[in-house]
Ligand binder design. Structure first.
Ligand code: SF4
Length: 388
């Protein structure tokens, strides 16, 4: 079944069709079958990074791993990405992608192949206006920067680096001057949730086209942070849904697909006539279903927060593994999900975070413990970590 786009369209960069004027026309979402190709392919080009953020999924290290994909292997990976189809979106993430000296070369190569190249650099002194200009010249279509606090004090404390806030703001302004559409990524956990209203204003001031709000999954260094409760998540998702109605930027969530369920319920409560999928936009993607992640060493994962590998892509098997591996096929079958996600009437448009289910239980098909919703008549067990 063709099942386009989402509120979880990317972990760290944007979806097809959310770009500004410099972006090329994306493929028609309604024509894309997510069992055949991802909307978003993330390549973690390196785990090297000068920052040591509390929430880092990648457990980033100061130095590059000698086992990371070489320039030539990276180009072969981009060739494979092109085989998914026209206008494939590729997100170069890290670590800090700028830790790779061949980054511009890779962006140019991907652009020449017809890929839609986007980038999630770290907010460090490496991200100078000159570098941003070079990225623009190389064809980058979106720059996604992280802001986890609305002030220097809160952001730098979370990032573990004094000056990161100022560098991020400077980079955002340089992206605007270079004509690169800007996305802001924010991590939601107990320590940052209270700053979201101020962050909303900051995102608007920066002229971002998209605010990507990531609900913490306890992997990597993120294990030391406290997630919000299911009840608090419900409040925040409802608030985000209201923000999305009049903000000058798009709003999406990452690892919180029940944002779509919340939006549908709000519309129903308001007695709005449902359109298309009930929320007036395309349906969603999840880990392994419209989304794929290639690690710095070439392992293919359903997402960067679901560290269960479908095998290495060094042998050229990216497309086949995405389409045919047992892991990816199982993640595309919501009827096989367990617990309340498996019987929920929203499972085909939501399905819960498979990454969070895996983090809490080791089973990527288990229920998402962050969702407060209990389907009518459900009497089975509640997810691990769930408290009523
Ligand atoms: S129970 Fe699962 S499928 Fe249903 S809304 Fe919650 S997370 Fe989504």
């Amino acid at each position: 079944m063709a099942k386009p786009d989402s509120n979880t369209r990317s972990e760290r960069a944007g979806p097809p069709g959310d770009g500004g004027s410099r972006t090329r026309k994306p493929p028609d979402p309604s024509a894309i079958d997510t069992s055949r190709r991802p909307f978003v392919l993330v390549w973690e080009v390196t785990q090297a990074c000068d920052l040591a953020c509390d929430h880092c999924r990648a457990d980033a290290q100061p130095a590059r791993d000698p086992a990371e994909l070489t320039t030539e292997e990276g180009k072969r990976l981009l060739d494979q990405a092109r085989a998914f189809g026209e206008g494939q979106l590729v997100v170069l993430s890290g670590g800090d992608p700028l830790a790779r000296p061949d980054l511009i070369e890779l962006v140019e190569y991907g652009t020449e192949q017809g890929l839609r190249m986007t980038l999630t650099p770290s907010g460090t002194s490496s991200l100078t206006p000159a570098v941003i200009e070079r990225l623009a010249d190389a064809g980058i279509e979106r720059l996604a920067l992280s802001l986890d606090g609305a002030s220097a004090a809160s952001h730098d404390d979370f990032r573990g680096e004094s000056g990161s806030f100022a560098q991020t703001i400077e980079a955002a302004e340089a992206a605007a001057r270079a004509g690169i559409p800007l996305q802001i990524n924010t991590t939601v956990c107990a320590a940052t949730a209270g700053d979201l209203p101020a962050l909303r204003d900051r995102v608007a001031d920066l002229g971002a086209v998209l605010w990507s709000v990531f609900f913490l999954v306890p992997v990597g260094r993120g294990r030391v942070l406290d997630p919000v409760s299911p009840e608090r998540a419900e409040e925040l998702l409802t608030w985000l849904s209201t923000v999305s109605e009049d903000a000058p930027f798009g709003v999406k969530t990452t690892e919180a697909p029940h944002y779509r369920r919340v939006a549908i319920q709000r519309r129903r409560d308001a007695s709005d006539a449902p359109s298309e999928d009930g929320i007036g936009r395309r349906l969603g993607i999840r880990a392994g279903d419209g989304f794929a992640f290639v690690s710095h060493t070439g392992e293919l994962y359903p997402s960067g927060f679901l560290p269960s590998s479908a095998g290495s892509v060094r042998d050229g098997g990216l497309v086949d593994r995405y389409r045919e591996s047992d892991l990816f096929e199982s993640l595309r079958d919501p009827d096989a999900f367990r617990g309340k996600c498996g019987v929920c009437e929203f499972r085909h448009i939501c399905g819960g975070s498979r990454s969070r289910a895996y983090a809490y239980t080791g089973d990527p098909l288990a229920s998402d413990p962050l969702c407060a919703y209990v389907p009518d008549g459900y009497e089975g067990s509640m997810p691990a970590g769930w408290a009523d």
